[in-house]
Ligand binder design. Structure first.
Ligand code: SF4
Length: 341
């Protein structure tokens, strides 16, 4: 199903500039963008994966991870092939890098936006998550689906690397309720060499999405020897705190994957060290994922320190939410930030 990638503009030179992400690919007839799923055909930028999902699942929202967003609910999760990053540690490289590694081939099954929304409702999901690969590369598909979903009372979540342009965020803001944005490192060198991108646009997107009123949670995959120095962890923590000390930060453990099979799995000690630094910098909600330690996955009231959302077992398996529908702590009346109803 070919579809115009309308988040783009025609330049005087005759080329077309994509306006979805910070790469701003400027393309001639027949050329593909860096993501491999947007291409100029017959003088138009086309989205080659419109309505073609490569992965569709019902997931606990905690798996996105979103911890301050309708706890214990289900998120209908959808992704396509293609990505604007090329992270050497990608955990979904089989779909994200597919077109680039298979001569621009697109794979997936037809799932038009209305079908995604119907399936979400049938499966008793409260939200739709655009996830698995980078959603901004299939922007128009997410946009149409999110609009329909909103009309039917569902919420929408972007799980993203944070390379959206301001224009993309402006268009998404009325429909996207939550974003989990990766800050993969606090070093431009890391972004450039390991991910094929840059740090600055990511930090700008985090700030801007928050400014636009989208609920933002951050994830950092810690990789020993690559992005886990005290200095770098503190840099990210300070950046988050400068926006909002109530912005949740998920620290997760790397395990050998894709082009980084020679790097060991992240130890609990490293994750705990990062957790401590984040707390020193004043962040209220820091979570450690991918390790078996439930105390680090629960939510504590910043005021009275009681456990207010308990999480245990596999991610999303056992969740007990003691907050009311406004996010109020039952012990002291403190209002925790998040999307609770
Ligand atoms: S979404 Fe794809 S085509 Fe558009 S600017 Fe980003 S990488 Fe380039």
């Amino acid at each position: 199903m070919k579809h115009t990638a309308w988040l783009s503009k025609k330049l005087k030179s005759g080329k077309i500039m994509c306006e979805a992400c910070a790469h701003s690919c400027t393309l001639d007839e027949g050329e593909y963008g860096i993501c491999g799923v947007r291409r100029v055909e017959d003088g138009e930028l086309r989205l080659l994966v419109y309505g073609v999902a490569a992965a569709v699942n019902v997931d606990p929202v905690e798996k996105k991870p979103m911890f301050h967003f309708l706890p214990k609910s289900r998120a209908f999760s959808v992704g396509t092939v293609g990505c604007n990053f090329s992270c050497k540690f990608c955990q979904n490289y089989d779909i994200s890098q597919y077109p680039k590694e298979h001569n621009h081939q697109i794979i997936g099954q037809e799932f038009p936006p209305n079908e995604i929304v119907e399936l979400a409702i049938t499966n008793r999901c409260e939200s739709i998550a655009y996830t698995y690969n980078e959603p901004v590369v299939f922007f128009e598909y997410t946009y149409d689906t999110a609009k329909l979903a909103k009309d039917r009372g569902l919420k929408n979540i972007y799980v993203t690397s944070g390379y959206e342009t301001k224009k993309a965020i402006d268009l998404l803001a009325p429909y996207i309720d939550g974003m989990n944005i990766d800050i993969k490192s606090f070093s431009d060198k890391f972004y450039k060499e390991i991910c094929g991108s840059h740090l600055k646009p990511v930090l700008e997107a985090v700030k801007y999405a928050h400014e636009k009123g989208i609920w933002v949670e951050i994830t950092t995959l810690l990789i020993e020897g690559k992005n886990d120095s005290d200095e770098e962890i503190r840099g990210i923590a300070k950046f988050i705190a400068s926006i909002d000390t109530s912005m949740p930060w998920h620290l997760s453990a790397f395990h050998p994957m894709y082009k980084m099979l020679d790097v060991p799995r992240t130890s609990s000690a490293t994750l705990h060290r990062a957790y401590k630094i984040a707390q020193e910098e004043g962040l209220n909600y820091v979570y450690v994922g991918n390790i078996d330690d439930n105390d680090y996955e629960s939510t504590y009231c910043p005021s009275c320190k009681n456990k207010v959302i308990e999480r245990s077992g596999n991610i999303g398996q056992f969740v007990t939410n003691h907050l009311d529908e406004n996010g109020t702590c039952p012990h002291c009346g403190y209002n925790l930030k998040g999307v609770w109803e």
